[in-house]
Design a binder for this molecule. Structure first.
Ligand code: SF4
Length: 325
């Protein structure tokens, strides 16, 4: 039986942190089970940051290096840069003709982000920003993806994609499957909120051992656990959420925490050691790969070529059902 297809992407923002790394580790698991297409979505990064594009090529290369050194396989998956496959733009344009404006305006994150970015002094009242979910829909359906890994706050975007797909099918012909979400857990920041550079609660992916230890020491724990002899609850502890990603023996930690046989200081120390060890391997591979930027470019070109073949076939079908030449 053919594997189900996944599409997912990341913006080359130049601020890769441990939250992004966790998304990546999730993708690395998915690559064994699904037919995966992963894209560095550079056009998406312009929807909220279009003024200065001078660092974009460097950010794309950095992101490709991050992905490959973490273990994303360019043979098992299609890995490419969104703007290298122009069909994304064509499908985005066609979808924008048939999507009611009100559908885009009611996406819950739209107004929040508009306000948030406005407060940061960004002029973001643009079509591109409003049309972000439209471009995301084009990305997914261009490859007829069946499954999309999403964080909970992105579910309304995917629901909108499904509505657009249904509208397309009613107006023309059913061409696209309705993708199903698989929820990706999010790694919180050190204060327990969503990890974000704007909150200052992130752990940079490139952090050196001292910085990792210092950031882990600041992590919030179970607030009810005041003394070392108090039993803790790992389910509400940020440190434990990180242990689940970095410590294969995290189940032991659960027991030790619940019966108060480990203190939070020791628990954090063990986490920092695990993170430093894991990242040392990844950073070592990354340094090696960075010596050969041409190879990275070749791999992205290879990925774009494979993506383009699928995208071209889909667009032939789309043009045909829409009676376009
Ligand atoms: Fe969290 Fe570890 Fe302390 Fe338990 S022992 S509350 S898991 S830091």
């Amino acid at each position: 039986m053919a594997k189900k297809r996944i599409f997912s992407g990341m913006q080359p923002s130049g601020r890769f942190h441990m939250g992004n790394y966790q998304v990546l580790t999730n993708w690395i698991k998915l690559q064994e089970e699904y037919d995966c297409i992963f894209s560095i979505v550079d056009w998406h990064s312009l929807t909220s940051s279009y003024e200065d594009t001078s660092k974009l090529p460097e950010r794309i290369e950095t992101m490709a290096l991050d992905w490959l050194s973490a273990g994303l396989d360019p043979e098992k998956n299609i890995i490419f840069v969104q703007s290298h496959v122009k069909e994304h733009a064509e499908l985005h344009l066609l979808l924008s003709m048939m999507t009611p404006l009100s559908w885009l305006e009611r996406v819950p994150t739209y107004k929040d982000k508009l306000q948030q970015l406005g407060e940061m002094g960004k002029e973001i009242n643009t079509y591109g920003f409003l049309g972000y979910p439209e471009l995301m829909t084009a990305d997914i359906i261009l490859y007829k993806a069946n499954v999309v890994p999403v964080a909970e706050d992105q579910l309304p975007h995917l629901e909108l994609s499904r509505e657009i797909i249904r509208r397309f099918a009613n107006l023309y012909k059913p061409v696209f499957p309705e993708p199903q979400p698989i929820l990706s857990p999010l790694l919180p920041g050190i204060d327990g909120r969503k990890m974000s550079k704007s909150y200052g609660n992130e752990i940079p992916y490139a952090a050196e051992p001292d910085e990792i230890s210092a950031r882990v020491r600041l992590m919030v724990t179970d607030p009810q656990r005041v003394k070392k002899t108090d039993p803790g609850n790992p389910d509400i502890c940020t440190v434990y959420t990180f242990h689940k990603i970095f410590s294969p023996e995290h189940n032991e930690i659960t027991g030790h925490c619940r019966n108060a046989s480990i203190g939070c200081v020791e628990c954090k120390k063990r986490l920092a050691e695990k993170m430093i060890m894991t990242l040392a391997d990844v950073h070592g591979r990354r340094r090696e790969m960075a010596k050969n930027p041409e190879k990275i470019k070749e791999l992205l070109a290879y990925g774009a070529e494979r993506a383009r073949k699928i995208a071209a076939t889909t667009m032939e079908e789309v043009r045909s059902v829409m009676n376009l030449g």
